[in-house]
Design a protein around this ligand. Structure first.
Ligand code: PLP
Length: 265
């Protein structure tokens, strides 16, 4: 059967953990064809992002035009966009529609701590991309940045998700480990905020692993793939969380690289 097509708009990771590598392998695992627009080339391994080479906005736009002119896109997922101009290109050329959901993973900081989106990029997300996104998938730090809050702002994750949903899109906020959870069965709580509704918690097991590099990309790509198959946002979020958890469990015992190893693809 002909698979649905999902477009990844993201940066490359030479270590093969995050960015386009995670997106395209997740798409393949979930039976969608992955198209791929590259926004930046990163020199990266499991320890750090060593260099970033931004692709010119006109070249990003040309890639988008080529794909949109030829392939029927069932969903679009964005990852690292890198510059305000590229954020604006995506907002202009690929706004979410009822038949082509736009999943925005606002990549601002790498797992290693490297800054992949500065204040100007944050402003462009808020002005040009969130209003046309179907769903945005920040972690707590990214949600604070998008809301213009301080890094130590004490607002609970649930309310960050609700506040962000007021900017336009649905929000799937990856809350991370819940400090109130007791071992031996720790959980992560994510929050799904649909416009106009109370945020609802999505709880899933916490996997103790260093090999989580690419897990944010994997989660957002799995969400886009399930939306492309026709799942509702709530169902797609549950399935994406379950898929990402399973991949983290698979790679937990791996020994690859000196830093945060890749999540299994
Ligand atoms: N996209 C690129 C190109 C990256 O380099 C990174 C992080 O290093 C990410 C996305 C986000 O990675 P993660 O899924 O580990 O949050």
């Amino acid at each position: 059967m002909t698979p649905p097509v999902v477009l990844s708009v993201a940066g490359t990771d030479s270590g093969g953990a995050a960015g386009t590598a995670a997106d395209l392998t997740t798409f393949a695992a979930l039976a969608v064809h992955g198209a791929c627009v590259v926004t930046a080339v990163t020199a990266q391994d499991t320890t750090a992002v060593h260099a970033v080479h931004a692709v010119p906005p006109a070249v990003v736009a040309a890639q988008v035009d080529a794909v949109v002119g030829d392939l029927p896109l069932a969903a679009v997922k964005t990852g690292m966009l890198g510059s305000p101009a590229v954020v604006e290109v995506v907002g202009e050329l690929l706004p979410g529609t009822p038949t082509r959901p736009l999943v925005v993973d606002p990549v601002l900081v790498a797992t290693s701590g490297a800054v992949l989106g500065d204040a100007a990029v944050v402003a462009a997300y808020v002005d040009a991309l969130l209003p046309v996104a179907t769903v945005v998938t920040p972690n707590v730090d990214e949600a604070r940045a998008l809301l213009g809050r301080a890094a130590d702002d004490p607002t609970p994750a649930r309310d960050l998700a609700g506040d962000l949903a007021l900017l336009g899109p649905a929000v799937l906020l990856t809350g991370g480990p819940d400090p109130r959870d007791d071992a031996p069965d720790p959980c992560c709580t994510d929050w799904l905020a649909l416009p106009g509704a109370e945020p609802r918690p999505l709880r899933h097991p916490r996997v103790a692993t260093r090999n989580d590099h690419g897990s944010g990309c994997t989660y957002a790509s799995a969400l886009a793939a399930h939306l492309a198959h026709g799942a509702s946002l709530a169902t797609a979020a549950d399935r994406a969380a379950a898929y990402t958890t399973r991949q983290l469990v698979r790679s937990a015992p791996w020994r690859l690289g000196r830093g945060r190893g890749p999540v299994a693809h």
